[in-house]
Design a protein around this ligand. Structure first.
Ligand code: NAP
Ligand code: HSE
Length: 429
């Protein structure tokens, strides 16, 4: 018996899905049982990488969801609305949903999961994080026995592609971003990629799965690469580090009865020592490091964006639904089972990289050191990189210190008459 697929969107990901469905040879036998029955697009005249019979295409996504010939709804249109309403509409009609839309899941995941549980249908989202990398189902199922301590990763392909090419070729930021868009890695509005919002959406989803309860998406401290100065990439390199946009979700305290889990969840450019397992992840590749007890460290690595890899994850979800037993498998269905809350940023501890522009005169480094010492901030290294008649550039790497202490040291340093400005401040592993 064939299974009818309704596709909401025929862009980068949708076209990749249609391509897999149209070429079942050599794939899992169930792929041949999947039939693309309706496809929603915005513009019927647009030239597309895959030609579909025109009668399949519609500009009315509701009609695709409602079509009785559609058994599984695949949402790959992106954006919050109408995507959220269409997913809920499919659920209300008793139709399982597969989505790649991390923006909608990060913000409305609880509502969608509750509606799906009430209706007894699946909403699967493997493609929403890590493109072609299986990470959602492993976190939900294969690692389910663990107490997860930390999930950290490079989970935005566009920014990793940009950072890798900037570091390797000294390439221009805007030119590399344009390449990423042409290759289908970047979101329609690349601001979400370069400002860190896309990675924050993804770490919000991974947090919910890893710790069994969501955190408010808008409360996740997020910093992208759009303010990153190429000079810090160069200095980091000279000090033995690479700069990556890292998303981190870490358990600070284990929940006791009635007490929510305390988590530290954040996205920011980070200096990684070259020996770190994530430091060698380059280009559009993503990697996610999961640390749990008793498993230890498990790393997931692969292509994090693009048409084919993302479609691979979408079609795997369709196969899970199409080939699964009737009824809901609690491991495949998502759900929260405990409360989580975010730690106050001032109470977190980090290693830091700071670049200061100062006048070049005797005693400046000493005074900077005193400010750090007075605030209880231990310094690992302090180096002067450049000096001209105008200014010197001093880079400090701290040991792991309390954020509140570090900020008070920076305030004192910024007030020194010899310090022109705190030019950069980055986290360091
Ligand atoms: P895209 O290339 O912009 O494609 C979006 C598709 O949806 C287009 O075909 C568009 O129609 C259609 N569409 C949008 N709004 C519509 C509406 N209101 N009614 C009907 N059709 C509508 O986006 P994409 O890169 O494929 O991404 C799709 C989703 O997958 C997003 O949620 C994205 O975050 C996620 N994702 C993308 C990647 C990736 O590498 N690109 C990876 C993982 C996850 P037209 O073609 O007519 O404009
Ligand atoms: N724009 C996203 C990225 C697509 O660059 O990773 C994959 O989610």
């Amino acid at each position: 018996m064939t299974i009818g697929i309704g596709l909401l969107g025929l862009g980068t990901v949708g076209a990749g899905v249609a391509e897999i469905l149209a070429t079942p040879e050599g794939r899992h036998p169930l792929v041949a049982e999947l039939e693309l029955r309706r496809v929603a697009v915005r513009d019927l005249q647009r030239t597309r990488p895959i030609q579909l019979p025109s009668e399949l295409l519609s500009t009315e996504p509701e009609a695709v969801v409602d079509d009785p010939a559609v058994d599984i709804v695949v949402e790959v249109m992106g954006g919050l609305e109408p995507a959220r309403s269409l997913i809920l509409r499919a659920i209300a009609a008793g139709k399982p949903v597969v989505t790649a839309n991390k923006a909608v899941i990060a913000r409305h995941g609880e509502e969608i999961a509750a509606a799906a549980a009430a209706a007894g249908v699946y909403v699967l989202l493997e493609a929403a994080v890590g493109g072609g990398i299986p990470i959602i189902e492993p976190l939900k199922q294969s690692l389910g026995a663990n107490r997860i301590q930390r999930v950290s990763g490079i989970i935005n392909g566009t920014t990793n592609y940009i950072l890798s090419r900037m570091a390797a070729e000294g390439a221009d930021y805007a030119a590399v971003l344009a390449d990423a868009q042409r290759l289908g890695y970047a979101e329609a509005d690349p601001a979400a990629d370069v400002q860190g919002a896309d990675a924050a959406d993804k770490i919000a989803i991974l947090t919910g799965l890893a710790y069994g309860g969501s955190v408010p998406r808008e409360a996740i401290p997020t910093e992208g690469i759009d303010q990153l100065d190429a000079r810090d990439v160069t200095y980091a390199d000279q000090l033995g580090f690479v700069v990556k946009l890292l998303a981190v979700s870490q358990r600070i305290e284990t929940a006791t009865d009635g007490d929510p889990q305390l988590l530290d969840v954040r996205v920011h450019p980070t200096l990684l020592p070259r020996s770190h397992p994530l430091a060698g992840v380059n280009g559009v590749f993503n990697a996610i490091l999961v640390e749990g007890e008793p498993v230890g460290q498990v790393m997931f690595y692969g292509p994090g964006a693009g048409s084919g890899p993302t479609a691979s994850a979408v079609v795997a979800d369709i196969l899970n639904i199409a080939g699964g037993p009737p009824g809901i498998d609690p491991l495949l269905a998502a759900g929260s089972w405990r409360q989580c809350r975010l730690i106050d940023g001032a109470r977190t501890t980090h290693r830091n990289y700071v670049r200061l522009r100062t006048t070049d005169q005797p005693g400046v480094i000493g005074r900077i050191g005193t400010c750090f010492g007075d605030a209880g901030v231990s310094i690992q290294s302090i180096v002067q990189f450049e000096a001209d008649s105008e200014a010197a550039e001093i880079v400090v790497i701290t040991h792991e210190v309390l954020e509140a202490d570090f900020r008070s040291a920076l305030d004192a340093i910024a007030a020194l008459p010899e310090v022109q400005r705190v030019a950069a401040c980055l986290r360091t592993l």
